[in-house]
Design a protein around this ligand. Sequence first.
Ligand code: SLL
Length: 172
Amino acid sequence: RVRVRGMNIYRPIIYGNTATVLTPKEREALAGTVPDHTHTWTVAVRGAASAPDQDIVGGADDLSHFIKRVTFKLHDTYPNPSRNVDKPPFEVTETGWGEFEIQIRIMFVPDAGEKPITLYHHLKLHPWTATGDPEIPPLDAAVKAGPVHSWQYDELVFNDPFTTFLATLTAH
Ligand code: SLL
């Protein structure tokens, strides 16, 4: 296999989460199993041209051309905390009550010959307050504030890519 020496090619991504307070109906539905859950949230890795709450399928923004698997490692309070996602959208939706750090491991297609990379995202459930007050706001205030979005932009950089992998990346 031949590498293109001196070449750097990158793909822009966003990663993070959106969180919403559960409606009374949703809480009721969960009351038998997880009565303490207050929020529903989605953590995801998406192409940077996608909106945080919607993945663009196909085209240059489709990460599945070069990503084989994303593993989201949740807090140990969750059943099966290591969640593997093998096709887009690369996301996990759950309910819960608390914030924690999520480990996001990105594995590339075999053609890439790239080691997996790990990103960290602090799951954010509670809205920021203008005063920077660290207290968790009451749920009714959070409902009024609307969904919480916490996303970061990053670039996956491939140095000296294999010719075949470069062709895959540039074909879309
Ligand atoms: C905290 N360090 O104490 C954090 C831990 C754990 C979050 C947060 C639900 C888990 C489940 C859940 O929200 N865990 O019941 O399945 O704030």
